[in-house]
Design a protein around this ligand. Structure first.
Ligand SMILES: [Zn+2]
Length: 328
């Protein structure tokens, strides 16, 4: 296929990509019916707020997300479907902006955020973060109105075979504000001008890296990745979700170590079933319930239980913290 047909605009080094992305967003939500309908639908989705021991959650009832929440990501199912992120398989109306030699910005037609993007690699290559964390930092420095997030291949990515990030409007996920509020109370370790803080009592376990330095941030991430990797030698990479954004003069990167893809409720029958498949957005504080029955039914207790099953346990997290604080 001729990729040029898919390009909304090819920026040069002087172009403001944030501005172009806003134009792409406007164009796609005006002239691509699926995107237009789903962004309009998003304004009417039901949402309710939950306070669990002082921690804030929003539950969003979003039927269009059923594809992602229930996506089959086993090797056989993946090999039998056409990859929906490969440029030749994109819907005819979908356009993109190239942001480097090998990544493109797309409007996500099944939004959770008021503005929701997918940033995917042009080539079909596995979803793995080890060599791509730098790209994530670079994207967040370009798209400063967005948080950038990464779902590991067994942690919510619906295309585990095609490297991609997503981006959503800043200020939407409770974790941004909550982290700023709780930061002064968290234990902190400093390594190579990176501040590493540990949130062990946030229902989910969270390690946050903050720094203005790209290289030292990547080096620190790599050290933490290796510590997590040792604990899960049989996975293609340690199970994790990442939410990253650029502040005024530094990057903030939240890493959520995981131990499980989906909770028992996902596979339960009848009344016990909750079709909740947690990924970065959920760990950021917005729980996505594609089915109305789950939206109505879910309680603070079930969220505590789901997070308890999927995130690294307290004892394991203490070990991880201990290993990280040995970094000098
Ligand atoms: Zn692909």
């Amino acid at each position: 296929m001729n990729l040029d047909e898919k390009y909304f605009y090819i920026p040069d080094s002087t172009d403001n990509i944030s501005f172009l992305t806003e134009q792409l967003f406007r164009q796609q939500t005006q002239s691509w019916q699926t995107a237009a309908d789903n962004y309009k639908g998003l304004e009417k989705v039901k949402a309710r707020e939950l306070d669990i021991n002082g921690i804030h959650f929003i539950v969003q009832c979003n039927p269009e997300r059923i594809r992602s929440s229930s996506a089959k990501v086993d090797a056989k199912s993946i090999s039998e479907r056409k990859c929906f992120l490969c440029p030749q398989n994109l819907p005819a109306e979908q356009q993109c902006i190239p942001i480097s030699d090998d990544f493109i910005i797309l409007v996500n037609p099944f939004p959770v955020f008021p503005k929701h993007l997918t940033i995917s690699k042009l080539q079909h290559t596995d979803q793995l973060i080890a060599k791509n964390a730098g790209t994530m930092l670079d994207i967040s420095a370009i798209l400063t109105d967005y948080v950038i997030f990464y779902n590991g291949p067994q942690c919510g990515a619906s295309a585990p075979d095609h490297l991609h990030f997503q981006a959503g409007s800043k200020g939407f996920l409770p974790v941004e504000k909550e982290f700023a509020e709780m930061k002064s109370r968290l234990p902190v370790h400093r390594y190579k001008s990176v501040e590493i803080s540990f949130a062990a009592d946030y229902l989910r376990r969270m390690i946050t890296l903050q720094s203005a330095g790209r290289d030292c941030l990547l080096e620190t991430f790599s050290e933490i990745y290796n510590i997590l990797d040792v604990l899960q030698p049989h996975e293609s990479e340690p199970m994790l979700n990442i939410i990253c954004y650029a502040g005024k003069d530094e990057w903030i990167m939240h890493v959520f170590p995981r131990i499980k893809h989906r909770p028992a409720q996902f596979f339960a029958d009848g009344d016990g079933q909750l079709l909740i498949s947690p990924a970065s957005v959920d760990l950021g504080g917005v729980i996505i319930a594609p089915r109305n029955e789950d939206f109505e039914k879910i309680t603070g207790e079930s969220i505590i239980d789901i997070f308890d099953q999927i995130t690294t346990g307290k004892v394991e997290f203490e070990k991880i913290m201990h290993e990280i604080t040995k970094l000098k």
